[in-house]
Design a protein around this ligand. Structure first.
Ligand code: TMP
Length: 209
């Protein structure tokens, strides 16, 4: 089988980690070779960049610097982890990718969708995901889920207006890339969200054969 690059997107608290972890387990049980990873991070250099971006003490960080750091972390992660796994025919399940930058930096930070897309095109060499699962949850539900977390990173601490703009950004992402994005209602019970996501992914694997 050819490799498959699948990303999970959605606002903070939409359940990406929980759903992606269970999906990887079920795909492995079905005999697929799966790589579970995340952005920003996934490899040492990109985890270091993640720590710089999300450190609450970095209050001076400029919005363009932030966008470039996400793009830099993305580039290194693709080169070191995603491309080799794809070449080896594996299924890569990645929490967050390009669409997060378009929503958070393009809209949240108001840098502009096309401006953020253009710096990312340099980083990704036209590598779009084969499929993106968008976990759709009301932003307030997401933020309420997060409020229970003890540690809040620099982006979690952003204003409610910032998170409104991120939601607007995701709506634009869904309009522009509707062919590769599957929307899953993530306000439902965890099991239902996992089953619905798995069904769509298995359909994609079948189509690709
Ligand atoms: P995580 O908490 O989902 O691991 O992501 C860390 C934070 O980084 C989250 O608030 C979303 C944000 N983010 C961006 O702002 N732009 C990006 O390109 C990515 C990948 C994440």
């Amino acid at each position: 089988m050819k490799g498959l690059f699948i990303t999970f997107e959605g606002p903070d608290g939409s359940g990406k980690t929980t759903v992606a972890t269970e999906i990887c387990k079920r795909l492995s049980d079905l005999g697929y070779e799966v790589v579970h990873t995340r952005e920003p991070g996934g490899i040492a250099i990109s985890e270091d960049i993640r720590n710089i971006i999300l450190d609450p003490k970095n209050t001076m960080m400029d919005a363009k610097t932030e966008a470039l750091l996400y793009a830099a972390s993305r580039r290194q992660h693709l080169v070191e982890k995603v491309f080799p796994a794809m070449k080896a025919g594996k299924i890569v399940i990645c929490e967050r990718f390009l669409d997060s930058s378009l929503a958070y930096q393009g809209y949240g930070r108001q840098l502009g969708f096309d401006e953020v897309l253009s710096i990312n095109l340099f980083a990704i060499d036209n590598t779009y995901p084969d499929m993106t699962i968008y976990l759709d949850v009301d932003e307030q539900v997401g933020l309420d889920r997060l409020s229970g977390r003890e540690f809040k990173d620099r982006l979690d601490q952003e204003s409610i207006d910032f998170h409104h703009r991120v939601s607007e950004g995701y709506r634009e992402v869904l309009r522009r890339f509707k062919d590769r994005i599957t929307i899953i209602d993530a306000s439902k019970a965890k099991e239902e969200v996992i089953d619905a996501s798995l069904k769509e992914i298995l359909k994609k694997i079948d189509d690709q054969r």
